[in-house]
Design a protein around this ligand. Structure first.
Ligand code: FRU
Length: 552
């Protein structure tokens, strides 16, 4: 109906029409604001594939973790959320909190898409000194810094919003955007207070340039450009979701180095999206790489080293990878974890952009990894990232099972006796070096196949293979195998497994490497079985725990 047509109508009809429109508009607003089910109401967490100790939204689509900040006894997790569907779209910030990193409480959506601006990824800080002036009654505000993704023009810029009630309700700042370089792709701000320079610093990704841009601000509202980092490391895929933090070096009495996280949209070693990191120094202005960082082939050539020497390593080796599995992306860490705790804790989105929209779960889509504690370790190659599941997950441990070590046949009879729950399980497993062949554990085993975790001593690799496990047909890129280089072919390997309904997280040698993998076994596929080149190949010791649900 056009306005000209409208203009010819008698006044009485126009008034009735306006009234009808007002009533319909009001009804829609009520449905929108009050009628939308809060996630907790909508699901019982016992659907097929529903993780029992990982965070999932009760319904709908989720991707990146956002706005991770600790405040007043709560770890906040905001996340990319579609309020209207189970595929990517209408990006808003969903919200949940946890007091113990294990049990989650769902909260109403924090920030909605509005006025043709979606709420893309970003971070949140506690503005302890009230530099923004958003504080009230002497209490510091929580300030969220996120990317406004404009749906009607090719533009992404940075916005802020604040909360005076422990993150329960949010007000978008009327002066938005607070940072705009006129770019179509410019996103995922991660802000933090930088004490040495007494100002806020922020890392923002410039995806197509393969750069992270650093900015500083006195008040979170005005930002000055400091420097850029990149291209470096893995540059095949676009750069997204950066993080920057100081991290303790294990066994070095509190000595720290800075870590820059850069998630890449494609080109990760196992295919598709993945998470790389850089180790170095941040002086409040600029991030500089540590001398132990891997070199790209072009750098080696410019240093006069033969290409053959460089290309003896797989291309992916030019970068450092936080996780070698297919399903760990957009990982960022919590701001403001209290000093007395001292940990740097993060989690990642347990999926891969290659098939995330198609995974066979309902009524939700996607899970987060478990929260992991980070540290650095000195190795002959330089400083490398360590990741371990947070100790709080230990509170979910139920029945304990122990096998002291022995031949595979004995280990398998032990498995049968124990009747372990193969879908909600924690296990540590030690394997001795073999001259030949591969060995490991089959999970979700049935006559149809299994998800296999193994060590191939000849190839010098640890791997997870889901190529013959459960549901695969939903996407041609889903089947496959992911592997990481074994730190040593001579040293015994310790695998730490977390199995939860549709996922498997493997940490190698107390967190030196991680492989995170989704897998969608049929309901009947819960078998476990050790395998190796011979029936008398030794496995163990093995420790295992049935894990309780964090949602019931
Ligand atoms: C990463 C990402 C971010 C963006 C968000 C949109 O997975 O592409 O760069 O902010 O997802 O949902």
């Amino acid at each position: 109906m056009n306005s000209q047509h409208n203009g010819n109508k008698p006044t009485r009809i126009r008034i009735i029409e306006r009234l009808v429109r007002a009533v319909v508009g009001w009804a829609l607003a009520v449905v929108f604001c009050a009628g939308f089910p809060t996630p907790a109401e909508a699901a019982d967490y016992s659907e097929p594939f529903r993780p029992q100790f990982h965070f999932t939204p009760a319904t709908n689509w989720m991707n990146d973790p956002n706005g991770m900040v600790y405040y007043a006894g709560e770890y906040h997790l905001f996340y990319q959320f579609n309020p209207w569907g189970d595929k990517w779209g209408h990006m808003s910030w969903g919200h949940a909190v946890t007091k113990d990193l294990v049990h989650w409480e769902h909260l109403p959506i924090a920030l909605y898409e509005e006025n043709d601006v979606m709420i893309f990824s970003g971070s949140a800080v506690v503005d302890w000194k009230n530099t923004s002036g958003f504080g009230r009654d002497g209490k510091p505000p929580l300030v969220a810094i996120y990317t406004g993704h404009h749906t009607k023009k090719p533009l992404q810029n940075q916005h802020i919003a604040y909360s005076n009630d422990r993150g329960r309700t949010w007000t978008k700042y009327p002066g938005n955007p607070v940072l705009d370089i006129g770019a179509k792709d410019f996103r995922d701000p991660k802000a933090q207070w930088h004490e040495p320079t007494k100002r806020w610093v922020m890392a923002v990704s410039w995806p197509l340039e393969r750069k992270v841009r650093f900015y500083a601000s006195p008040n979170l509202k005005e930002w000055t450009h400091l420097s850029d980092f990149g291209p470096a490391g893995a540059i095949q895929g676009i750069w997204e979701c950066p993080d920057l933090f100081p991290l303790r070096i294990e066994g070095k009495g509190g000595l720290e180095k800075w870590v820059l996280i850069v998630n890449v949209g494609s080109g990760a070693p196992a295919g598709g999206s993945g998470c790389q990191y850089f180790v170095g120094n941040f002086d409040g202005q600029r991030f500089t790489l540590d001398p132990g960082s891997p070199k790209r082939e072009s750098e080696l050539v410019s240093q006069g080293k033969a290409l053959s020497q460089a290309s003896a390593r797989p291309a992916a080796e030019a970068a450092l990878w936080a996780d070698w599995g297919r399903d760990f992306y957009a990982a960022v860490s919590w701001n403001d974890v209290p000093k007395r705790d001292g940990r740097r804790i993060w989690l990642g989105w347990m999926s891969n952009w290659e098939y995330a929209n198609d995974v066979p779960t309902a009524p939700w889509r996607s899970a987060m990894s478990v929260p992991r504690e980070l540290a650095l370790r000195e190795t002959p190659d330089g400083l490398r990232l360590l990741q371990r599941p947070v100790r709080e997950l230990g509170t979910l441990r139920g029945r304990h099972h122990r096998f002291g070590g022995g031949a595979i046949t004995e280990a398998n009879s032990w498995l049968r006796e124990q009747a372990l729950r193969g879908d909600s399980l924690e296990m540590t497993l030690e394997l001795d070096p073999l001259a030949k062949g591969d060995q490991g554990l089959k999970l979700f085993l049935s006559s149809q196949g299994a998800t296999v975790v193994g060590v191939n001593w000849e190839q010098g690799e640890v791997y997870v293979d889901r190529a013959r496990s459960g549901s695969q047909a939903f996407h041609p890129k889903f089947p496959g195998r992911a592997s990481a280089r074994l730190p040593s072919r001579e040293r015994r390997v310790k695998l730490h497994l977390l199995v939860d309904a549709c996922s498997l997280e493997v940490m190698v040698n107390d967190g030196e490497q991680a492989l995170t993998t989704l897998t969608f076994p049929a309901a009947a596929e819960r078998g476990l079985e050790f395998f190796g080149p011979q029936t008398d190949t030794r496995v163990g010791p093995v420790e295992a725990w049935d894990l309780k649900s964090a949602w019931k």
